[in-house]
Design a protein around this ligand. Structure first.
Ligand code: DAH
Length: 331
């Protein structure tokens, strides 16, 4: 074996290794247990040759270590540039949804009444004529009982036409005093136009206690209107007729747009029709077995779409149902 030739060959193999695994191959070939050098070292007989071969071994080991250092640094540099993660790059934005305007108003109304100590009660969308009409004192010939006006599923089962049946169910289920609101969908065979859709939402309110007066009704509704339409609102009440209240009152709220001066929203009257209300008719107390001499109460109902329409100046109610995000994302 010619040490000089081996040295040259090994040096160029080590220097020429361009990856760590190539370097390892060269190391095994020239310094491994079966390498020519290691074999020669095992067979060495004279000290002079031993010194030469040992210094060659040290020399080559040193070369391998140096080259390994270089390759590892190169590898690190490459990974630092290639695998870099730029945390300042803007991420992929996911559009965030939000509650539908009707749901927002529903929750606003719930909050107003929870704040007054009322409970929020779930009603049923599928009702019977017993609760939807009879219990609410609708006369036998009332037009809402007709399948031309209401959506019947069969016989005396129908989609509720108002949230008022919840009054009867709550009075049946719990003894007074009762302070509750019930909100949800109602169904009517109405032809859609700017102010009608066959499905819409209402809030129903009921307060039953001893000595409830119309003053309680007026104060409570005024509180709700101010929460929904602004603290400066005033109210007025017109007489009306509902089967389930006596007397019945239709509350108007002063126009929040023109402040009562007159504009297109209030049809130049300064007032906006907003709900139905009244003192609970004694017939309802009798229907659920309460003594009308002992208990008194008020009730009201209001459309949530109408609140949305008025408050946000929507030209047509149906827009809230079309799922057009250009509209809905504004609220
Ligand atoms: N149920 C009525 C409607 O849908 C609204 C209403 C009026 C509810 C007067 C009431 C009330 O509780 O007292 O038109």
């Amino acid at each position: 074996m010619d040490p000089k030739a081996l040295e040259n060959e090994a040096r160029s193999a080590i220097a020429g290794a361009s990856t760590l695994s190539e370097l390892d191959e060269a190391r095994v070939r020239y310094l491994g247990r079966k390498s020519e050098l290691k074999q020669a070292l095992r067979e060495v007989r004279d000290p002079e040759t031993g010194r030469i071969l040992n210094s060659l071994r040290e020399e080559l080991e040193e070369q391998v270590a140096v080259r390994r250092g270089e390759l590892e640094r190169e590898d690190l540099d490459r990974r630092l540039t290639e695998e870099v993660l730029d945390v300042t790059l803007p991420g992929q934005a996911r559009p965030r949804g939000h509650l539908h305007l009707i749901t927002q108003i529903r929750r606003e109304v719930e909050d107003v009444f929870l704040g007054l100590g009322y409970s929020v009660v779930d009603g049923r969308e599928v009702e019977t004529t017993h609760y939807n009409f009879d219990g609410l004192n609708f006369p036998a010939d009332h037009p809402a009982r007709s399948p031309l006006q209401s959506v019947f599923l069969n016989g005396d089962v129908l989609l509720r036409t108002e949230t008022s049946p919840s009054q009867i169910r709550v009075m049946e289920q719990q003894p007074p005093p009762i302070y509750m609101v019930s909100l949800g969908r109602v169904y009517r065979r109405d032809t859609p136009d700017a102010t009608h859709t066959p499905v819409f939402h209402q809030v129903e309110g009921l307060a039953i206690d001893r000595g409830i007066t119309m003053g309680d009704l007026k104060g409570t509704l005024l509180h709700m209107m101010r929460a929904l339409f602004g603290e400066e609102r005033e109210m007025r009440f017109r007489t009306h007729d509902f089967p389930f209240t006596e007397p019945s009152l239709e509350p108007d709220v002063s126009c929040f747009l023109c402040d009562g001066v007159g504009c297109h929203v209030c049809r130049f009257s300064g007032w906006i029709e907003i709900a139905g209300s009244g003192m609970v008719d004694p017939a309802l107390f009798e229907f659920v077995g309460l003594d009308p001499e002992e208990w008194s109460g008020f009730a009201f109902g209001m459309g949530l779409e109408r609140v949305a329409m008025l408050r946000h100046g929507l030209p047509a109610l149906g827009m809230l149902w079309e799922n057009d995000l250009r509209l809905l994302s504004q609220f």
